[in-house]
Design a protein around this ligand. Structure first.
Ligand code: SAH
Length: 563
């Protein structure tokens, strides 16, 4: 919840705008500002004060505790011109909040935290537990000093400008090592601990067993991602409590699924009890990985039989492939989500001209793999191969990356061992339609006239079908130097079913600085004016040119009335 506090009428007006924009996220604190600030600070994750920074500094000074748990505080000035991230820039999310508030109120976000300011993330913001000299090594990064990354375990990290060798070092490791001077340890959640227990196994016995296994194998408990067991043990108190104390989720699998996992140490006891010859090893291995600690049993001080077993597996890193649409060209048609993914990826794959479009958004340390036109398959393969190595990859395309673009060749190469995230983009047909008016008000299709990958017969059949079905058509890849007869041919097919006066929209470089658009007709369109930077939208029999805008009515009743 975001607490909102104001003192003056102008402040209250801005506060009301924010509250109206975010009814679910915000809560207004009325009354004397001192009391309001104290209450909001105690009750909310974030606070926005429509007060001078000086006043807020004085009010919150006695309340400040730990930067990891304090709420993020943003101040907005009387005039609503600036949204200042005051405290909790990272931990409290105040930097992000200042940007969001800025967007709603039209205020300039003011962010002074060093790491965010220059696009280098703090080492404590990478989403992994950290140990060691976090402040010192982050400062070294900011000062442009060489910081090396020693990656013992592959993990899809956000970009950081690491070098091969340096006096400061970040170690990505799940091993039980201590950070040295000038060193930071990042703990990837790479370990899975499988546990089995007989009914009534005490939590201390389970935990001691787990800690002993990790210690003997030289592994850090901070890299444990989850405890796993068989479904029948989902409610076994000793296991449930052990997961709680380790601060990790407990994940269960059916006995049937576990019985199918090949393990080095099957036994009859669990087979009889829960229906699988292995619980600890099978559960740890069920999603693949390397068995670091084979099944071991607990030891009991009283010499009675062991009640718990465990096994530890290092699971393969799951790389991340984001397929990101950049929109038609204009920066403000690039979605915030696409922006976030571009900054999240440490490897960027794309056509050089698209990389140019967003190069300024990339964080220092992003590895850019750009290639020229035509190398589509290779780009797709590269992106997937990098993700399989455990990297965070963004594969970019203009418009929507799934429309005549990279998503399908990439996903054809991908397997289920990587995470895939699609970020939609504004495709050319939509960017053009918004310029033309409302040509897509009723059913519409897109057809690519490029016969490089598709035989012309197939394209022609689809154009014919659209013509017969009276559907609005947007042609992508309409005409290039070597392909000049396809567009006239396609238009002729449509003309067989539509009036010569049918409106046709021609939009070149939609949303780009040199963009042009015009509405003409089927007979008047000169194909020579069309090139590969253009989309051509042909109306259906109901589409009209109204005041120079192309409008396709939503229903056919309206069409009858306006005929
Ligand atoms: N993925 C892209 C389309 C790639 S195919 C998208 O979703 O928009 C390339 C074709 O898209 C070009 O030949 C052109 O017909 C069209 N196109 C892409 N961007 C355009 C723009 N800004 N203005 C007009 N047409 C565009």
């Amino acid at each position: 919840m975001i607490g909102l506090i104001s003192a003056t009428a102008a402040g209250a007006a801005a506060r009301a705008r924010l509250a109206a924009a975010w009814p679910e996220r915000t809560r207004v604190y009325e009354g004397p500002v001192g009391d309001a600030v104290r209450a909001a600070f105690a009750e909310c994750e974030q606070v926005v004060c429509f007060l001078a920074t000086g006043a807020v500094v004085r009010l919150i000074a006695p309340l400040l505790g730990d930067k990891a748990s304090d709420p993020g505080v943003v101040c907005v000035d009387e005039g609503g011109r600036f949204a200042v991230s005051l405290v909790g820039g990272h931990g409290g999310g105040a930097n992000e909040l200042a940007r969001e508030v800025g967007e709603v109120l039209g205020a300039e976000p003011v962010v002074t935290t060093a790491t965010d300011a220059v696009g280098i993330p703090g080492l404590d913001t990478l989403g992994l537990p950290v140990e060691g000299d976090v402040a010192g090594v982050t400062r070294a990064l900011l000062d442009g000093e060489p910081v090396a990354l020693d990656s013992e375990v592959p993990w899809p990290l956000a970009p950081v400008p690491f070098v091969a060798e340096g006096p400061s070092r970040v170690r990505l490791t799940d091993r039980a090592v201590e950070p040295g001077p000038g060193e930071v340890l990042l703990r990837p959640p790479s370990l899975v601990v499988g546990v089995g227990a007989s009914r009534g196994a005490p939590v201390d016995e389970v935990l001691e067993l787990i800690h002993g296994a990790l210690k003997d194998a030289g592994l850090s408990a901070r890299s444990v991602a989850e405890l796993v067991t068989v479904e029948a043990k989902a409610g076994e108190a000793g296991i449930v409590e052990a997961a709680v104390r380790l601060g990790v989720p407990l994940v269960t699998y059916s006995a049937e699924e576990l019985a199918g996992v090949e393990v080095p140490h099957p036994s009859d006891a669990p087979l009889a009890a829960v229906g699988t010859p292995s619980v600890a090893e099978a559960a740890a291995l069920v999603r693949g990985g390397e068995l670091l600690v084979p099944k071991r049993k607990s030891t009991r001080a009283d010499g009675r039989p062991a009640m718990a077993t465990c096994a530890v597996v290092r699971r393969p890193a799951r790389g991340r492939l984001a397929v990101v649409g950049l929109g038609p060209g204009a920066r403000d048609l690039l979605t915030p989500r696409a922006k976030a993914e571009l900054r999240r990826a440490s490897v960027l794959v794309g056509l050089d001209q698209y990389v140019d479009q967003i190069r300024d958004l990339l964080r220092p340390g992003t590895r850019i793999l750009e290639s020229g036109l035509g190398a589509e398959e290779e780009r797709a393969r590269t992106a997937v191969a990098e993700a399989k190595k455990g990297q965070a990859v963004a594969l970019i395309g203009s418009g929507d990356a799934g429309v005549y673009a990279m998503a399908s060749p990439a996903l054809a190469e991908a397997s289920d061992d990587i995470d895939v995230v699609g970020v939609p983009g504004v495709t050319a047909a939509l960017a053009a339609a918004a310029i033309l008016g409302a040509p897509l008000g009723h059913d519409h299709v897109s057809i690519s006239l490029s016969d490089l990958h598709t035989p012309w017969e197939v394209i022609e059949r689809r154009v014919r079908a659209a013509a017969e079905a009276d559907i609005v058509v947007t042609f992508y890849n309409p005409r290039s130097r070597g392909r000049d007869w396809q567009l006239p041919k396609a238009l002729a097919i449509l003309a067989g079913h539509r009036e010569p006066t049918t409106p046709v929209g021609v939009v070149r470089n939609a949303s780009r600085p040199d963009g042009t658009a015009r509405v003409t007709t089927l007979t008047d369109l000169d194909p020579a004016t069309v090139d590969m930077m253009t989309v051509v939208t042909v109306g259906n029999t109901a589409t009209r040119d109204i005041a120079g805008r192309m409008v396709t009515p939503r229903g056919y009743r309206w069409q009858e009335e306006t005929k």
